[in-house]
Write a protein that binds this ligand. Structure first.
Ligand SMILES: O=P(O)(O)OC[C@@H](O)[C@@H](O)c1c[nH]c2ccccc12
Length: 354
């Protein structure tokens, strides 16, 4: 089975390579260098434009070469900037660690832990949303959240104080995260399933995440067309990983509800283009028929970002979430583990509430 996935993944890589060439000719749906900004419809429902890893095309005038600095090759927002940067990063990482080298060790790696089951077990135990606690040093919107940052110590404190799962940021440029943190947490004997918090745009990253000990990955609907989400869900399944598919608005949630095999939907209260946070987003997106459809499909909804108080937690729980993803409000406290009881208004650690 793994063989099949690898074959498909390399096919996809070739498709991606073809797309890069097509983009260079300005005809894969992304605007040519000097074309006006494309609408979301023109971009498969995603909110960002992709760009060749080699950057905008080089223009030659006599002996000179230059790249045009204009709307087409300047990122319009932070999400676009992160993804363009990620494209280059993946390109370089793949050179060092091609898929065939990742694949071998995976066959003998310990299996992934069941992320979804851990969320359900925690919800059943506490009757409160299961906590995915985030190991997050910094963010582009908030800057450095914690100077004295020991990822393993923080992860162990979260686990001890009742987190069901952990999320580990691995993007280094914008979040000061690292795959080394993910690996170190896994190797330190933490038992909670681990979510690799990355900007995933290429199937290669799924294999890489698994090789570093991830049990789940984040897939962001604003940067991935439906067909990529479907394809990546299949690879995740083969690798034994869960996928948290993140949405921010009605259009995105409706897109992903329709994709086969979705188990977890994350509603991000933060707009990744503007950084505005509004926790009523979770409630608004779950109202009415949409909420019922999600319940019928047995999809677990995760409320993400901007949760600081027990009132916030009950607000999103009343809206229908069974899990929450929390970073800043825990990581900024002197003792991030103890901060969990503050967030819920009670101690949820496994021993004391058993
Ligand atoms: O620190 P907060 O506001 O509690 O948010 C955590 C998490 O939701 C946030 O880090 C996040 C949600 N989706 C993302 C996508 C990429 C990077 C980060 C994120």
């Amino acid at each position: 089975m793994l063989q099949d996935a690898v074959a498909t993944a390399s096919d996809q890589t070739e498709t991606a390579a073809a797309a890069v060439e097509a983009t260079e000719q300005g005809n894969n749906g992304a605007p040519a260098a000097d074309a006006p900004a494309a609408s979301i419809e023109g971009l498969d429902g995603i909110k960002i434009r992709r760009r060749p890893v080699t950057g905008p095309s080089v223009h030659h005038v006599g002996p000179f070469q230059f790249r045009l600095e204009n709307e087409g090759n300047t990122p319009r927002n932070i999400l676009e900037k992160i993804v363009w940067n990620k494209d280059v990063e993946i390109w370089q990482m793949k050179e060092k660690m091609p898929l065939y080298r990742l694949k071998g060790p995976l066959d003998n790696a310990p299996p992934a832990r069941d992320f979804v089951a851990a969320l359900k077990a925690s919800y059943d135990r506490t009757a409160l949303p299961a906590l995915i606690a985030e190991v997050k040093k910094a963010s582009p919107s908030r800057g450095v959240l914690r100077e004295n940052f020991d990822p393993v110590e923080i992860a162990q404190a979260y686990e001890k104080n009742g987190a069901a799962c952990l999320s580990v940021l691995t993007d280094s440029k914008f979040f000061q995260g690292s795959f080394d943190y993910l690996e170190a947490i896994r190797n330190a004997g933490v038992k909670c399933p681990l979510l690799c918090k990355e900007f995933i745009i290429d199937a290669w990253q799924l294999y890489y995440a698994r090789s570093k000990g991830a049990d789940a990955v984040l897939l962001i609907a604003a940067i991935l067309p439906d067909r990529d989400i479907s394809y990546m869900l299949k690879i995740c399944k083969i690798l034994g990983m869960a996928a948290l598919v993140e949405v921010h608005d009605e259009r995105e949630i409706d897109r992903v509800i329709g994709i086969d095999g979705i188990q977890l939907i994350g509603i991000n209260n933060r707009n990744l283009e503007t950084f505005e946070v509004d926790i009523s987003n979770t409630k608004n997106l779950l109202e009415g028929e949409r909420g019922q459809l999600i319940a019928q499909k047995d999809i677990i909804v995760v409320g993400e970002s901007g949760l600081f108080t027990p009132d916030h937690v009950s607000f999103v729980q009343d809206a229908g979430v069974k899990a929450i993803l929390v970073g800043e409000s825990l990581i900024k406290q002197e003792d991030p583990g103890k901060a969990i009881a503050g967030l819920f208004g009670k101690d949820i650690s496994p021993v004391s509430s058993a």
